[in-house]
Structure formats: C-alpha cells, structure tokens
Ligand binder design. Structure first.
Ligand code: C2O
Ligand code: CU
Length: 548
C-alpha cells in the first residue's frame, strides 16, 4: 500500500481575535493547522510549499524508543540550521514522516524563528489495525490545542525581543483551539464549544502549543483521567487539573457523568517568573451537555494559582508508564555516557550601540553548561556533519558544568551570569546508553524549563528541587515504570534525570521549549554516530533538501 501524500501550503490568512484582524501565517489557511491521522507503523509524506514571505521549516514529533526499529531520518526533522536549511519563499520540500513507535497524540509545528505561534497542529497516531487502546474505546476523540495569541505580528514581536535584549513582550491571550474564550473582549461568539452526551467517555487529545508558558488546565466539576503523555501510554491517573508544558501532549479521558449543563474548561499560565493578573491569562472553552439550557453561565473550574510550583510538580511527578505486558518498556540500567548540564538564564554586558533593557542594563541570554548556543546561519549542522565540513561546530560541549557552585542559592555572584557563546555539540556513540541530568540554576531568575530532545523518547527517572547530588538522588530513581516522554519539565531551582539508548543515528536538537529561552541560547545538539550494520546508518540525503 502506497504511503499517503499530504500537501501543506504555508501562507498568510486574515484572522480576527481580540477585536482586531491581522494576517497570520497558516497551513492551508487554517489556524490551528490541520490534524493529521495515521496508524502506528505508517509512513506519510508531507510536501511543504512555502507561499509566505519568510523562510519556514516544519518539525514532526517522531521519536524512537529503545529496542524498536528506527527511522534514522533527521533529514525530515525540521529545526532550521540544525537539520536543514529553511524552505525559502516559493520553494517546497517533501518530508517523510514514519510513526514507528509512538501511539497517541503528538504534533507538528514550524521550527523557524517564532512562526510556530500560529503554524502548528495535532497528529493522532492510532494503534496498529487489529490492536486497540489499553482503555475502553471512547465515544469521541477531540483535539484540544492550547496556544497563545499576539495582537501584533509575531515576527515583529520577535524582532523587538531580540533588539532590546530585555524582558519579552508577553502575548495578549491564551487560546483553546485558536480561541481566547469568552473572558476576553470580543471573543464570545468564537469560543470553542464541545457538545457532549451524558454518561459517555471523550478522549481529549491535548497539545500545549503555547510559545512561552506552562499551563494548568481543568474542566469544571469533572475529573480527567490521563492515559497517555507524549504518545506513550501511562498508568491511568485521575486528577482534577493537569499541568502541561510547551512541547508536551497528553491523552486524557473525560467522562460526562454530571448533571446536564454548561461547564468551562479553562487553562491558565503557570509562570513563576512574572506576576500576571488573573483575567487576561485564563482561556476558556465550554463543555455543553446536549439538551441543557445553554443560556446559563457555565461553572468555573478550580485551577492552581500562577505561581503554584507545588501543584505543578505534584502533578508532573505522578506520571508513570503503563508498562504492562502488552506495553513493555526498556529502561537503560547500565549507563555508558553521563552528562550533567546546567540550564540557566544569563546576562551579557551591554555592547556599545545596542539597546540593553535587561536587568542592570544587561542583555538577557540563556545557556546549557554556561554555553549560550549560536545557531549556524550559512549551513545546517546535519549537512556539515554529513559532508564533513569543518569549522561549523565544535564537538566539545562540556559533559559536566565547567563551574561548580551552589546552583540554587538565593544570591549568585554576577560574574557567574556571563556565559560563553559557541556552536558546541556533543557526539554520542551509536548504541550508547545515555543519562542526562538537567540542573536548573538561580542565575538571573530561577524558572521551570521544559527541556525537549528531538529524535528520541526518553525515560524521566527522577526529579527534585535544589542541587542534584548523585549519591543521594540516584537512590530515588524510578527504574520500574518511569514516564517515557520527549519533553521534561525541570522544576524551578531543581533538577531532572533522563535516560535513553542512542540508537537513532543523526543530528538531534536539545532545547528549552520556551521560545524565549531557545532564542537566548538554551540549547545544544547531540550527534549520534552511525552503527556498524546497514540498518544502523542514516538514511541517504533526500535530493530535494532545501539549499542554503
Ligand atoms: Cu517542539 Cu524543537 O521542538
Ligand atoms: Cu527555559
């Protein structure tokens, strides 16, 4: 059976939100973009046609797992200047996407500047034909995409953000399925409505596509039962709210066991760094029981407060892999490669002739192990690696923090705040078993960081607050049923440990999924070498790779 061919036309289209109309970048004129559906094991082709004014790339959540035949295909991964040069206006690129190991909800998004603000959509991967969900078949499945809306042009917002080197321009609204919801001005008629029957089960396929905020989400009077996260099944987790980071997706069951009526579903920022007033940070949609009076005011749900770090981590650390006999997991037990990396907000001293609106007249930056990543601009990392072009990257990303200090102290000396700049990557042997500990720091500002690795799903074996201490903290690792994710939320002034087997050769981006931190340099690249046999080598380079 031939693989289906889809077409994504990236183009501008006018959209009206918050009382004003502007052109936004879309795929096929849609915002949020089209939902793709596939079965596990499928390969699809998506030809991306750039009919917009700016360069574009598209990233697909294709993550391989230990012990499974792997895609070996970074060519279609998408991050600009990491695995490809951007698709220029007027050009196109046919991307091959293979769903070899995931099952559940993932997504696709632009991976070029801040275009993903509006260029994103869900991907639903169904179980292989003949197999089924490890939970009762839901009555209906509903994509719920959480996002952000700016009244200004997002390209202008990014330009301004880079120009000032200071505090970012926060968005004007949060959104559910592209709609701010009726707590915002001019937003009543568009509010997303989910019509339901009583006593049925609905599967919410949720994605956090927001640019810069972790979100709390809940539904009034209803519990949610989480059954999957990042397209991997979890032990059922019943909860009255969830916390979801940019990059993440979850599958949650909603049982309509309440009296017929109207109930809000709502999402609000979990933002430890900024004090934001309640009203303009809460987006709503409405769950409406069929046959109920639709003129009444919906009930509002409980949501943790914006700075409630405890609630965020109580939820996040309760996730467990399903790990039953039909869904075995293979947690690496013997680690061959250990990496410990700080993840920090930093500041650069003010260069002459530049505006510097960061704290104390600095320019804000971010780093991993004190290296603020510099993205190449003339060629991408993958092609430089493939064609053995020297001078594009240095293979010396540090394995451990170059400076040891009390990372989470209340006061940290200014000289520690200044990172080095560089395109420094880490080479991993094929088949090595890798452990990465992310250590948050309190430089400039302690924040949560959703760290996202391309190419792999990884096990999150441990989390904690404060400074990581291997001898003490490894005793608490969960090696039995740790969640299998592709984005890990590292707690504010804390740490998280991930493990994976490096069996997907290629060039894989590792970055904070808050776009302002990505723009500031909180990222690096893992280059996983080819293995010896033929099925352990990169696929050949497609002939239509966009030229630089
Ligand atoms: Cu969802 Cu590198 O991104
Ligand atoms: Cu971050």
């Amino acid at each position: 059976q031939a693989s289906p061919q889809y077409h994504f036309v990236v183009k501008e289209a006018p959209y009206t939100r918050l009382c004003s109309t502007k052109n936004i970048l879309t795929v096929n004129g849609k915002f949020p973009g089209p939902t793709l559906r596939a079965y596990k094991g499928d390969t699809i082709f998506v030809k991306v046609h750039n009919k917009g004014k700016h360069n574009i790339t598209i990233h697909w959540y294709i993550y391989v797992r230990h012990g499974v035949k792997v895609p070996r295909n970074p060519w279609s991964d998408g991050p600009e200047y990491i695995t490809q040069c951007p698709i220029q206006p007027g050009a196109s690129f046919n991307q091959m996407v293979t769903f070899s190991t995931e099952e559940g909800t993932v997504w696709w998004h632009a991976h070029s500047d801040w275009a993903r603000a509006t260029v994103h959509g869900a991907i639903i991967v169904y179980p292989k034909i003949g197999t089924s969900y490890p939970f009762p078949k839901p009555h209906r499945e509903i994509p719920i995409i959480l996002g952000e809306w700016w009244k200004r042009d997002v390209m202008q917002v990014l330009k301004e953000f880079i120009r000032t080197g200071g505090a970012p321009n926060v968005s004007d609204a949060l959104t559910i399925n592209g709609q701010p919801g009726d707590l915002y001005n001019c937003s009543c008629s568009g509010t997303f409505k989910l019509l339901v029957d009583q006593n049925k089960t609905y599967l919410l396929r949720m994605v956090n596509a927001a640019m810069n905020t972790i979100l709390f989400f809940s539904v009034a009077n209803h519990n949610l039962t989480l059954v999957g996260a990042d397209a991997s099944y979890t032990k059922p987790l019943t909860t009255d709210y969830i916390a979801i980071s940019p990059g993440q997706s979850v599958d949650a069951l909603l049982v309509t066991n309440q009296n017929p009526g109207l109930y809000y579903m709502a999402a609000r920022a979990y933002s430890t760094g900024v004090n934001v007033p309640f009203d303009n940070t809460t987006t709503t949609a409405i769950v409406q029981y069929n046959g109920s009076d639709n003129t009444s005011t919906p009930l509002f749900p409980y949501l943790p407060y914006y700075n409630d770090t405890k609630s965020a981590f109580n939820f996040i650390t309760r996730l467990r892999s399903l790990a039953d006999t039909d869904h075995p997991i293979y947690v690496p037990l013997n680690i061959s490669t250990k990496i410990v990396s700080t993840i920090s907000i930093n500041a650069f001293p003010c260069p002459e002739n530049r505006p510097c609106e960061g704290p104390n007249g600095t320019r804000l930056a971010a780093s991993m192990n004190n290296i603020s990543f510099v993205t190449p601009r003339r060629i991408d990392v993958l092609e430089a690696y493939y064609f053995h072009i020297n001078g594009v990257v240095r293979n010396d990303f540090p394995t451990f923090p170059p400076l040891l200090f009390n990372f989470t102290a209340d006061y940290l000396p200014l000289e520690l705040e200044i990172p080095k700049r560089g395109t420094r990557v880490r080479v991993l042997e094929y088949g090595s078993t890798v452990e990465v500990v992310f250590q948050g720091t309190n430089l400039v500002a302690g924040l949560d960081h959703p760290m996202h690795l391309h190419g792999y799903s990884f096990f999150v074996v441990g989390y904690g607050f404060g400074n990581f201490d291997e001898e003490r903290d490894k005793l608490g690792y969960n090696l039995i049923d740790p969640p299998l994710l592709n984005t890990v939320t590292v707690p504010k002034n804390g740490w998280a440990t991930i493990r994976f087997a490096a069996n997907n050769p290629g060039v894989w981006f590792l970055h904070c999924h808050l776009d302002r931190h990505l723009t500031w340099g909180m990222e690096t690249v893992f280059i996983v070498k080819n293995g010896d046999n033929a099925v352990a080598k990169l696929l050949p380079r497609p002939v239509d790779m966009p030229p630089c």
